[in-house]
Design a protein around this ligand. Structure first.
Ligand SMILES: [Zn+2]
Length: 139
């Protein structure tokens, strides 16, 4: 069924024409059909570099950087599948990650706090989404 849909609709986003009940089932199912789940648990290869996601409470990564790795992962490992990168997906919290919007210092680009650098100011900062407890490992 899946393949037929793809053939029929070509490169259109799968979820755009996916019936609602099907979409909900997809979102709830875990490792089988949830590609964010797979991404977070797989060890994969990007241009010869072994890559995987590590759960570690001392780390966090920019959501944007995680999304880039996810897109590479999908392009290389599941190139016929369209699965939206979504920060509301159940996989994040199920696997112990947390997505949070943090204040970032515009001067040093670290999380903005009193001693982040000598140009710290509560007006000199921007907001950015981070995935907490997550480290992208590439070796
Ligand atoms: Zn700073």
């Amino acid at each position: 069924m899946y393949k037929n849909i793809l053939d029929k609709h070509g490169d259109k986003d799968f979820w755009d024409f996916c019936p609602k009940y099907f979409k909900e089932t997809k979102e709830d199912s875990k490792s089988t059909d949830n590609y964010i789940y797979k991404f977070l648990e797989d060890v994969f290869d990007i241009n010869g570099v072994k890559t995987y996601i590590l759960k570690n409470n001392n780390y966090m990564e920019k959501l944007e950087d995680v999304r880039k790795i996810y897109e590479e992962y999908m392009r290389i490992n599941h190139k016929n599948i369209k699965y939206k990168f979504n920060k509301e997906n159940v996989a994040w919290t199920d696997l112990g990650f947390e997505i949070k919007e943090l204040h970032i210092c515009k001067n040093c680009l670290n999380v903005s706090k009193k001693d982040c650098c000598d140009k710290y100011s509560s007006t000199n900062r921007t907001r950015r989404f981070y995935v907490l407890h997550l480290k992208i490992v590439q070796d």
